[in-house]
Design a protein. Structure first.
Length: 283
């Protein structure tokens, strides 16, 4: 009886050993499979990266060849590719954008304006940015202060004016960016009013006119310091502004080049200078 018990214990032990061996073998297989999957994934990623680099290099060479033959569109595209690489090459982007812009490419002119405005590969130069945008020379003092983008609490009456803007679809957080557009130095506030799905925010401009806070932006939106250039000239107590991203009425359609819109203050809000002239309002 003791012998049987001993045999049963041995058999049980053998079963446990065999089970452990099977588990060990299975784990080795899993490890091998996992390593194979990782290896294949790395190989695929490496091939994809090599193919992407090869494709980008081929495209750059093709564009460079056309650009060197005087194709301004190719030069502009070349500037865009250098600017938007994982590690931007600002020197090459500037070089090709300049070549395209000097040949009259509108997209390149605007891109150069952006690079000088934001200081990409060059020192910030608002006057040079305005030149490429096609705007008059801006008021650097106002623009420098505005470009800091510091959010501050809106005065209570300004906040009430913001709430009265019916097309706003964002929560009122009570903050805005102060812009020194008023000649009497009362801040004018730019505050996010309409947010799009891709994250860009259309802003409303709230200012104090004859002692009353109101929406003064004329319905254009995008009144932030990256979309306007305050000018030294003044109308009705407020500085004129140039919008590099808004075309003047009658331009920018068909084969007509976009002429940046200049807005002046009259009748309690900003209006396009072209439209204001047509209405016969004082300039």
């Amino acid at each position: 009886m003791n012998i049987c018990k001993g045999n049963n214990a041995i058999r049980q032990r053998n079963v446990e050993i065999n089970a452990a061996k099977r588990v060990h073998y299975w784990l080795k297989c899993v490890d091998a499979a996992a390593l194979l999957v990782i290896f294949l994934a790395l190989a695929t990623c490496t091939n994809f990266a090599q193919n992407s680099m090869s494709s980008e290099s081929a495209k750059l060479n093709a564009l460079r060849e056309r650009a060197e033959q005087g194709d301004s569109k190719a030069a502009s595209d070349l500037g865009w590719m250098y600017l938007h690489r994982p590690e931007a090459d600002y020197a090459e982007a500037l070089r090709w954008y300049h070549k395209a812009a000097e040949a009259g490419d509108v997209v390149a002119r605007h891109a150069l304006g952006d690079m000088y405005f934001h200081g990409q590969g060059v020192n910030k130069d608002y006057a040079e940015a305005a030149r490429w945008y096609g705007c008059p020379k801006p008021d650097d003092k106002i623009l420098s202060s505005c470009a800091e983008g510091i959010q501050e609490p809106l005065p209570p009456e300004a906040r009430k004016a913001f709430r009265r803007v019916r097309w706003c679809n964002v929560n009122d957080d009570g903050y805005g960016t102060a812009i020194g557009l008023s000649e009497d130095r009362t801040p004018v506030y730019s505050s996010c009013c309409h947010e799009y799905a891709h994250g860009e925010c259309e802003e409303v401009l709230i200012g104090k006119v004859a002692g009353v806070w109101k929406d003064i932006d004329g319905g254009y939106g995008f009144w932030n310091c990256h979309d306007l250039l305050p000018l030294p000239s003044v109308h009705a107590g407020f500085h004129d502004v140039c919008h590099p991203n808004v075309c003047s009425p009658g331009t920018g359609f068909g084969n007509k080049s976009c002429i940046p819109d200049i807005q002046v203050f009259s009748n309690g809000r900003y209006h396009s200078a072209s439209a204001t002239k047509a209405d016969g309002a004082p300039q």
